[in-house]
Design a protein around this ligand. Structure first.
Ligand SMILES: Cc1cc2nc3c(=O)[nH]c(=O)nc-3n(C[C@H](O)[C@H](O)[C@H](O)COP(=O)(O)OP(=O)(O)OC[C@H]3O[C@@H](n4cnc5c(N)ncnc54)[C@H](O)[C@@H]3O)c2cc1C
Length: 421
């Protein structure tokens, strides 16, 4: 059944989505065919202009389209990191040929992407990355190591940052590549988190190859391209989207061959679930803990953060997005994820610590609790977000990095000499 019409949404949107689903939804179709139909009709990213594969709707309406699909009982459009970050980055910085080659497979859920940014020595200081790309004719040879690469094992492409000019200053010698993962020079090893899941991986690159045609945004321009990727990552997290899409897109995700009707019944994976305020209130009532003053106070705090997040999003909408709004949105989302899982465990007491099938509601509260600390790390740590607000929005003095203005290779040599004493 269609949702009720939002006062400020496109008139007739619910009717239009419902009419399209009436005409096209077929639970017996394989997911691959369903997502192709959905993507080609512009429903995967309906906020994009029509000529980019969308329907020219607002972002708010685009979110609404997904819930309209879900409330109809149809499988939602594909998601994942390609849709969250790679697609918008390539649409912003790619050539028409790159857009044509990379964006439709994302919109149709045919290929999955991961983000190959962080390295063992480069996280918050991302521009300190040392994975190198050396030109060899019309190709680049890539050598180095990435880490914490979420969903790399199930991905077909990586958003790869590599140093293409070690003699340029730190931020100027980096380039952004659309990098094919299925090739001999790539080894991916899963890392198990404290949830027991292995969402992220380490990725070893040993003479791997990337075509020059897949260098996005031009050589040495990777830092500017990265700002776009991070903007979309943080906006997505701030909007409560988290990191994952389900079911997973791409041939390795395991969903493409299933029937769309079957996949439509999937529950979201545990890791990124945010336990909502109404869920917690219902849980408190169900367990008789709704009269406990401590629980009520924490619920009120959570309601406050939730409202602040909502107002911040409205402000972003009014101001056209960007700036401190995205950063604050991510910080608020971290608070919400941590506090909501903490309240769930406060309500449930020792029972809340049970995981899996033994735990209440399939162990989702314990899972959310052990996953929650990750929210203040991925997409840039809370400390880094606060630095951004302080420096870019409040105009406080910037930290002066020791390697400012120095060619990257020279800065590394100086650092090595310092460490050697
Ligand atoms: C669940 C999860 C998924 C992730 N997925 C991906 C992924 O798909 N792809 C990817 O590339 N990366 C991914 N990451 C990595 C993430 O982006 C990094 O962990 C993050 O940027 C922090 O880097 P670091 O771990 O090297 O910590 P460090 O940078 O070493 O930071 C350590 C501590 O020092 C603090 N700190 C560092 N510099 C400053 C400063 N200048 N001022 C104040 N405090 C500072 C930090 O806030 C932090 O508390 C993921 C991380 C998690 C937890």
């Amino acid at each position: 059944m269609p949702e009720e019409q939002d006062s400020d949404s496109t008139p007739g949107l619910a009717e239009e989505v419902t009419a399209w689903l009436d005409a096209h939804w077929d639970p017996d179709l394989p997911v691959e065919d369903w997502w192709r139909l959905v993507g080609r009709a512009g429903w995967t990213a309906p906020h994009l202009p029509v000529e980019q594969g969308g329907r020219g709707l607002s972002r708010r309406d685009a979110t609404r389209v997904r819930s309209l699909f879900a409330s109809y009982g149809a499988l939602r459009p594909p998601g994942g990191l390609g849709l969250l970050m790679a697609g918008p980055t390539i649409l912003t910085h790619g050539t028409p040929e790159q857009i044509e080659r990379h964006v439709p497979p994302i919109l149709e859920g045919r290929l999955a992407w991961c983000q190959l940014f962080s390295e063992p020595g480069a996280g918050s200081d991302l521009a300190g990355l040392t994975t190198k790309a050396e030109r060899d004719g019309d190709h680049w040879i890539i050598t180095g190591q990435k880490v914490w690469s979420s969903q790399a094992l199930e991905s077909d492409y990586g958003m790869l940052l590599a140093r293409t000019d070690p003699d340029a200053v730190k931020h100027a010698g980096i380039s952004w590549f659309a990098f094919e993962l299925d090739q001999p020079g790539v080894t991916i090893r899963p890392l198990t988190e404290m949830t027991g899941d292995a969402v992220f991986n380490e990725v070893f690159l040993d003479g791997a190859v990337c075509a020059d045609a897949d260098l996005i945004g031009g050589q040495g321009n990777g830092w500017a391209v990265t700002q776009t990727t991070l903007f979309f990552e943080r906006s997505g997290i701030g909007a409560g989207g988290g990191h994952a899409g389900f079911p997973k897109p791409g041939p390795k995700g395991g969903a493409l061959g299933r029937s769309a009707g079957d996949a439509a019944g999937d529950e979201p994976p545990g890791g990124n679930i945010i336990i909502s305020l109404p869920d917690l209130i219902a849980l408190a009532r169900r367990t008789g803990r709704d009269t406990d003053a401590n629980i009520r106070q924490k619920l009120a705090r959570l309601a406050t953060y939730t409202d602040i997040g909502g107002w911040n999003a409205q402000r972003g909408k009014a101001e056209g997005g960007g700036g401190a709004v995205v950063t604050i949105g991510k910080l608020v989302q971290t608070k919400i994820m941590k506090l909501s899982s903490e309240i769930a465990l406060d309500i449930l007491g020792a029972d809340g610590m049970l995981t899996g099938a033994d735990g209440p509601d399939g162990g989702r509260y314990a899972h959310a609790f052990v996953f929650a600390p990750a929210s203040s790390i991925y997409g840039g740590t809370d400390e880094i977000q606060r630095n951004i607000v302080a420096e870019r929005s409040l105009g406080l003095p910037k930290e002066v990095p020791p390697d400012k203005g120095v060619p990257f290779a020279e800065a590394r040599r100086r650092q090595a000499a310092r460490l050697a004493g």
